[in-house]
Design a protein around this ligand. Structure first.
Ligand code: THU
Length: 141
């Protein structure tokens, strides 16, 4: 079992590899599988702005491409790329990443956000209540 601190540290390492020349906001993610395997991801920007990818979805893309479907948690760290060390503000996942997670993860999937002074852990169904799902299209939501 990996600790939240360990996952945040791996997210911080992934953040160092971010390609974020347009926003200068670097993000790293560490995605934990049920068996303890971790996949890292960083944001990768593009001159065609909509073509970039967030760190979280980069981590999921690596994991799914490697055949994984068993996810239990993700740690996310993001902030000003010019500043060294751990950012002092938490970096919650954007709406597209929350929707992406809801496709592949259970409601109790944990989202770990941290700074040097704080650590918050949320469940996916807390951060994306009433998420879109084709199966629920004709249901009550
Ligand atoms: N970003 C992420 O990597 N994850 C998020 O959940 C929010 C935003 C990236 C996208 C872009 O490269 C930069 O942060 C600034 O928006």
């Amino acid at each position: 079992m990996r600790s939240e601190a360990e996952l945040l540290s791996l997210a911080g390492k992934a953040r160092e590899r971010a390609y974020c020349r347009y926003s200068n906001f670097s993000v790293g993610a560490a995605l934990l599988c049920d068996d303890g395997t971790v996949y890292q991801g960083c944001n990768i920007e593009n001159a065609s702005f909509g073509a970039g990818i967030c760190a979280e979805r980069a981590a999921f893309s690596a994991a799914v491409s490697d055949g994984r479907r068993d996810f239990s948690a993700i740690a996310i760290v993001g902030g000003d790329a010019e500043k060294v060390g751990f950012p002092d503000k938490q970096c919650p996942p954007c709406g597209i990443c929350r929707q992406f997670m809801s496709e592949l993860c259970r409601g109790d999937f944990r989202i770990i956000l941290g700074t040097p002074r704080s650590c918050s852990v949320y469940r996916l169904d807390e951060l994306l209540p009433h998420g879109f799902d084709l199966e629920d299209k004709h249901g009550e939501n």
